[in-house]
Structures are given as C-alpha cells and as structure tokens.
Design a protein around this ligand. Structure first.
Ligand SMILES: [Zn+2]
Length: 314
C-alpha cells in the first residue's frame, strides 16, 4: 500500500462521518431573483463568466475509493491505483471579481515548508506531486480573490487555504462541519492550522434555492444567471456542485459527487470515500439531468479531467 493509499484509506474512515473543523460557521441566504423554467432558461441571460481550470497537484489513490466497485457496472474494473488531480477552477465574473472552486495546494506544501499540515497527516502526503500552488494561481489573476466556493471540506479540497487571503468569504453547503465522530481527533490539528485566521465559513442556505428541471435546489449566486450553486448531498452532507455560463459554453463542476470520467459516463457514484451512497447516487442522477437538458455542457469531475481532455456531454 502506498503512502497515498494509506492516507486515503485513513481519510475514507476519518472523513466519512466526522467533524472536519471546529472553525465557526455562519449562514447566508442568497435569494435567486427569478424562477427559471428550464436549464436553457436559467443560462439564457447575457452574463458570462471566464473559467480557467488549473492543475494544482497530482495524486494517486485506490480505485475502490473513487468508484463503488460493488455496483454491477463496475465488476470488470481493476482494483488498482488511479492517477487523480487536484484542480482549482478560477471563475472571473465581469463585475463581482475573481472566485475559485476549491483550493488545490498551498505554496508551503509545494515548498516543503509545511502548509499547515500536522502529524500524522503530513507523513502521508509525500506521494502527492505538487504542480501550481494557490498563491501562484492567485498572483496572476487580474482582480483580488472575492470568494472561495468549496465543493466540500474533505482535506484534499482545503489544502490551499493557507494561500487564501484572510477575510475572504468561504462558501460551503449546509452542515458541512457538524457531523461528528471520534476520528476527527486525528485531523483536528491540521484543520485548525489550515483555517487559522480565516473568516467563519459561510453556509449557503440551499433550502432557499429554486428548482430547475430535476435539480431541487439551485442558487443564482450573482443574480444574473451566470453561476448556479447546486445542493448535491451524499459524498458529504453539504456537498455542492456548480453550473457556470462561461465564455466557452455551459460548464458543470460536479465536485466529488463524481470523482472520475468513468464514474460520470457510467453514472456510478464514488466508493469508499463517499459517506451516503444512496444520496450520492441521487445527486449524481440530478447532475446528469442537467447535461441532458443542455447538450454540449462541459463536465468537470472532481478529480480526473486532464488525461482524456475535457468531457463534453453529447
Ligand atoms: Zn476530493
């Protein structure tokens, strides 16, 4: 078992039902100004965002974490290791500024100066191959960072937090920090370091979102139809997905509701890394309904997108 796999096995146990952090939270309601009749209608406005996908790090994990190998569709898949990526998606809104989806890795983690990772977690990160840390990604943006959207708060999505300027709004789904079990003790120090000095997380109230097609709860974050925040529970209680109306067309960011291209194309939810399989599968089906309604949508899965190029739904 590689170090990466030991960590991911550890994380699968530790993260599937634990308090990630004792960092404070606050709730925020974003009221969507209108009720679209369809996804085409939802993205029919003139507003567009710029989208820049960035590879922040590479990693390798066991397939059984990424894919539910118990599903009949997966019976012929090898039980091997899979190369994955840690992406940062930069979203530039014409008037609201620069946002990111997830945080990649920090400069300190790349430089070997720590990056806030405490023992025992630090001993497992050696297999991660740094590419571009968040500090570097942000340094070349035209505007300061206006907010971070977290697909969820698993460790591999918050490693870049030390590079997030203090005071930046940190948006999550509901209840992302509240479930608890004893395993959190292993990670509490690391999460405490990563969130040190940051704003309380802002839990978006998805219950105030609007229903669009088969998607039950969607928030028109900027109020102009250019960026929709979707409740996508299952992988974690507060998992989020996003639909952006970009200059390159519609883009769906699945987060870890779907880790891999195979998982998307076969509509099989993640394996051991996921907390609630039925809920995850229902959320995955909900996301699939979006690209059925919007052919040509680019689908960015949580951890695999560079090997085979962008996945554009037919
Ligand atoms: Zn992940």
């Amino acid at each position: 078992m590689t170090n990466a796999n030991r960590l991911l096995t550890f994380l699968a146990v530790a993260l599937s039902a634990c308090t990630f952090t004792t960092h404070p939270t606050r709730a925020e309601t974003v009221v969507s100004p209108r009720q679209p009749t369809s996804w085409s209608d939802a993205l029919s406005g003139p507003a567009r965002v710029e989208w820049e996908p960035v590879l922040s790090a590479k990693w390798k994990v066991e397939r059984k974490g990424l894919i539910n190998l118990e599903r009949p569709e997966a019976k012929d898949l090898p039980k091997d290791e899979v190369d994955i990526v840690l992406p940062v998606h930069v979203i530039r809104h014409p008037t609201r500024g620069t946002f990111i989806i997830d945080t990649g890795i920090s400069k300190g983690l790349k430089d070997g100066t720590g990056g806030g990772i405490g023992w025992p977690v630090s001993s497992f990160l050696g297999a991660m191959k740094p590419e571009e840390p968040l500090a570097s990604i942000l340094a070349r943006q035209p505007a300061p960072l206006a907010g971070v959207f977290f697909t969820h708060l698993h460790l591999d999505h918050v490693l870049g937090l030390p590079d997030v300027p203090k005071g930046t709004p940190l948006y999550t789904g509901p209840n992302e920090t509240t479930p608890s079990s004893f395993q959190n003790a292993f990670l509490r120090g690391t999460y405490s370091n990563l969130f040190a000095g940051q704003n309380p997380t802002t839990e978006l109230d998805v219950t105030k979102g609007v229903a669009i097609g088969e998607v039950k709860q969607a928030i028109d974050f900027f109020g102009d139809g250019s960026f929709w925040v979707l409740s996508s529970p299952g992988h974690t209680p507060g998992s989020l997905a996003f639909v952006a109306n970009t200059e390159k067309g519609p883009v769906l960011f699945t987060g870890d509701t779907c880790h891999t291209r195979w998982g998307w194309e076969n509509q099989v939810e993640p394996g051991e890394f996921t907390g609630d399989h039925p809920a995850n599968q229902a959320s995955l089906a909900q996301l699939a309904s979006i690209v059925k309604a919007l052919p040509g949508t680019t689908v960015m899965t949580g951890h695999e997108w560079d090997a085979a190029g962008p996945l554009v739904a037919k």
